[in-house]
Design a protein around this ligand. Structure first.
Ligand SMILES: [Zn+2]
Ligand SMILES: [Zn+2]
Length: 307
């Protein structure tokens, strides 16, 4: 299976010209999953031609303005389209209060149902094909990162084995592929494990912001195909990072390295770095995790499972 990950913005604290607030969108099987929604997030959604209508769920990391002030505007887009499915918002308890209060005060016209799910550590979403786990982070407000993992898929079907065992081509092959035993005409039983290779991993994606460095994050994001991780500061500003409960680029890279992540993309840069200085963050991270990507707005990643 596969996922596409769109980086909608990379700025921390405030939007800057050419740098929207940190947010990401995952597209999987035509459905969209949004992570955080700061002021102006809908502009990137529009520029990438992602259909708002297809957003299934929104995951909010924490209640800081740079991660939520775009929500009311995004929800109001509904007056432009017909939507019959509910929209799910996963986040801290106060997301509901924030959205519902704004909705009342602005007399927002929302013609579909919004369902709120309060996030706690552990699996918060499971549709039978993939899961989203919330990772407890440590920031100046309660905060969670998110890890999206596709479920394991059945192993490769061996036509050779099936033929050698005398399983006739047709519906019996399908049943074996779906994990059921089949009984042949001569009474022999063939098990899925006789014709299927080892289970295959799906793809996975992690979104980690805002937090100070915690060694346990690596365990939660182990082996992910793509880790988008905050890199607010350079190493020389470690004290600021510690005080404000954010991370340096090299700490983000340490997590990626310890987790055995396949790829690391940096996000949530401090506005103190001009665009021309962002390479410092990339270089610092690259020294720990070679190949680190300095994400820029509207960059995208295609994650494909190994065959
Ligand atoms: Zn932030
Ligand atoms: Zn924050």
């Amino acid at each position: 299976m596969s996922m596409e990950v769109f980086v909608l913005g990379t700025s921390g604290m405030m939007p800057l010209p050419g740098r929207c607030l940190t947010s990401a969108m995952v597209r999987r099987e035509g459905r969209l999953f949004l992570f955080d929604c700061g002021e102006g997030t809908q502009v990137s959604i529009r520029r990438l031609n992602l259909s708002w209508k297809k957003i299934d769920s929104i995951f909010i990391s924490h209640m800081h303005a740079d991660h939520v002030t775009g929500l009311p505007g995004l929800l109001m887009l509904s007056s432009q389209v017909d939507r019959t499915e509910p929209l799910y918002i996963y986040g801290p308890e106060r997301v509901r209060e924030y959205v519902e209060t704004t909705r009342r005060m602005l007399d927002m016209f929302i013609n579909y149902e919004i369902r709120y799910i309060t996030v706690e550590s552990g699996t918060v979403y499971d549709d039978g094909m993939m899961t989203v786990d919330a990772v407890p982070l440590l920031h100046t407000k309660p905060c969670f990162g998110f890890v999206m993992r596709e479920n394991l898929r059945p192993g490769e079907f061996s036509v050779e084995n099936a033929k050698a065992l005398g399983v006739p081509e047709g519906p019996l092959w399908g049943r074996l592929q779906h994990g059921s035993d089949v009984v042949l005409e001569d009474g022999r039983v063939v098990h899925p494990s006789d014709v299927l290779g080892p289970e295959r991993a799906g793809v996975s994606f992690a979104y980690i912001t805002d937090t100070m460095y915690l060694s346990h994050i690596a365990k939660h994001v182990e082996g992910v195909d793509l880790l988008l991780c905050e890199a607010m500061f350079t190493k020389d500003l470690s004290e600021d990072a510690y005080e404000k409960k954010h991370m340096t680029a090299s700490q983000a890279a340490t997590i990626a390295r310890d987790a055995g992540a396949k790829k690391l993309g940096l996000i949530h840069y401090s506005p103190r770095f001009a665009n021309s200085e962002l390479h410092l963050l990339q270089e610092e991270a690259d020294a720990v995790f070679p190949g680190t990507v300095l994400c820029r707005d509207r960059m995208s990643f295609e994650l494909k499972a190994a065959q």
